[in-house]
Design a protein around this ligand. Sequence first.
Ligand SMILES: [Zn+2]
Length: 444
Amino acid sequence: MILRARWVLPISSEPIADGEVVVEGEQIAEVRPRRDASGGDVLDFGDAILMPALVNGHCHLEYTALRGLNDRTPFFEWIRALVALKARCPSEFWLPSAMLGAAELIASGVGFVADNTDSGVSVEALARTGLHGRVYQEVFGIEPEPDDAGILRSLTAKLEAHRQTLQRYEASERVALGVAPHAIYTVRDSLMRALRQYASEQSLPLSIHAAESSEEVALARAGSGSFAEMFTERKIPYLHPRTPPIEYLHNAGVLAADVQLVHATRAEPRELELMARAGVSVAHCPRSNARLLTGIAPVYAMQRLGIPITLGTDSAVSAGSLDLWEELRFAALAQRAASYAARPTWQEWVRMLTLDGAKVFGVDARLGSLEAGKSATLIALRTTRPAYVSMPDPYAALTLITRSEDVALTMVGGRILYRDGQIIGMDTGNLRRTITDMLSALPE
Ligand SMILES: [Zn+2]
């Protein structure tokens, strides 16, 4: 099959005007200027851009259908309301909700997602929809009677079930697993250390929400604020480390190159140094941070220290949508406003969503750029809207102009998952009805 467009943007090399991508089976066979003689199966998108599918660095697919049901702020109020909302949902709710999220990602041109899941359903959602990804199984443990060994046994059982699910759908190559100790206010110190050891033994990467809110920093530094008051009320013994959250994770021996810190909105200069030294990556989710009043992450400072950054939508119940183009635009502009610097550049942001993002998750040998031998995981974006006229820099156009609705095609591993408004092989109408029925039956 040959895919053609006015522009081909390989990311790893210069844009090609009037280019084409030759796909053979699951792979890209060639990326080249258009050859008129070539016959066979040709998809010509005309006034469009062909580029790699996007990497979403952090998401919670299972919460997609809770969008709009929690508008509380600040962060502490929001997360408490989320816990209460989750308790009202039956276990059958999570898979359709995650499938809806996967559909939204596919329609916006995402080919790889790093997802943190409590229920575990993201594994099946990714396996079924054909997306590439890494699923971090979330772990919580802050209640007064510690049972770290029991929690680790339960984690082992969940991971084993995930591996079986992936085998059943022949998705073991596409979807990797990891562990997510949720945060320092939901995972006690002994469990955090035990999970670090467990992950090292099992060669599983870690994802931790860290330094997201001022409430979290107040708890860690001074044992004060909303979290501390809640712990006192619930008689939960919490020995605050007297350091900010990321410094605590460093002191506990948790930070390493296999760790993703989610948000790091409130990371202090000393913590940024520790992060750079340990080689951790950061998942930056600026719309979620803005919505939940947690601030703007110091991305420019992180970039200068060489900390690898991915861009993530976070969940639809915090960010509002899983539209990574919206995230990109908001990220780029908010960062300029906050840092008074034109960095990252438009091109650096687009690389973060493609090749550099793929590198962070160790999948850059297959994903993130259009090159012969790589997975045919790519998108076509229509550039017919008037806003695209007179945008000679494609990276600026992608950052400032592109919307999900411009995505004409999403192909993952040579399979067309989305084309002209249709998710292929998924009954989204039925999915909507199932979710609407479940939501209307939620107990008060
Ligand atoms: Zn999150």
